[in-house]
Design a protein around this ligand. Structure first.
Ligand code: ZN
Length: 252
């Protein structure tokens, strides 16, 4: 199949489906200027800091070196000017059209919400929610960006912690069960912008393929091939998910 035939096929699947679930990773936000952390230019290949991200973004590091944690976090994880791209927008439209029932994301940038999606499961939390560990007051991302060093609560002086899942922390149980429930109910699962390399992404996806009937469809859209491409109905290896979804949307 040539690239345009694949786009038509994707549109055909969307047309036939009534319960679409989107499962996305970092590649969904690269068109918004947020780097894929695992790409060559991402923070996992950044030698600016002595410790690797797995250490600096860990729970232990947060509590033992809070100032350094925030220095790293604010410079590498927060993109205040990032705006939703066509991928976020088309997914929000598909939800309004009644086709798409849930967006499950590994991203913490909050762009699906800004684009207007309602049912969003943020497996790794959101950088736009930050909680005072003392009084539980919630702060948005600007509060973190605007605080000079470590953000403290303006009510009680308590330490404010991002509501993102750090290394050594467990994913939220409710998010996990909601994600699995939607994947089990879906008649179409669109996987986008993830190589499925980061545990437990592939594990979630596997629920869709257990006893999958031929009328249930699953495309994957990722810039490079993944080890799992064979199990998908089509794999679209293109860079921009926003561009792929916009082109497909024109055939709907
Ligand atoms: Zn407080």
């Amino acid at each position: 199949m040539n690239p345009e035939e694949k786009i038509k096929k994707l549109a055909e699947y969307i047309n036939q489906s009534k319960y679409i679930v989107f499962f996305g990773g970092a590649g969904v936000s690269t068109e918004s200027g947020i780097p894929d952390f695992r790409s060559d230019s991402g923070i996992y290949n950044d030698k600016e800091y002595d410790d690797p991200p797995e250490v600096m973004l860990s729970r232990t590091y947060f509590f033992n070196h809070t100032d350094k944690f925030y220095e790293f976090y604010k410079s590498k994880m927060l993109y205040a000017d990032a705006k939703p791209n066509a991928a976020h927008e088309i997914l929000a439209k598909l939800e309004q059209d009644g086709k798409l029932k849930a967006v499950i994301t590994q991203n913490v940038d909050g762009l699906h919400e800004i684009a207007g999606s309602k049912n969003i499961i943020e497996l790794h939390g959101s950088a736009n929610r930050n909680i005072c560990l003392n009084c539980k007051k919630i702060f948005d991302v600007n509060y973190i960006i605007n605080s000079e060093s470590t953000p403290l609560c303006d009510d009680c002086g308590g330490l404010v912690k991002p509501d993102v899942v750090l290394y050594e922390e467990q994913l939220n149980e409710q998010s996990i069960s909601a994600a699995v429930e939607h994947i089990l109910r879906a008649d179409m699962l669109i996987v986008g912008g993830t190589s499925l390399a980061v545990y437990p992404a592939a594990h979630y996806i596997s629920y869709f393929f257990r006893g999958k009937k031929p009328d249930k469809k699953s495309p994957i859209i990722n810039k490079s091939e993944t080890p799992y491409d064979d199990i998908f109905d089509i794999s679209i290896n293109e860079d921009g998910i926003g561009s792929v979804l916009s082109r497909a949307y024109r055939y709907l």
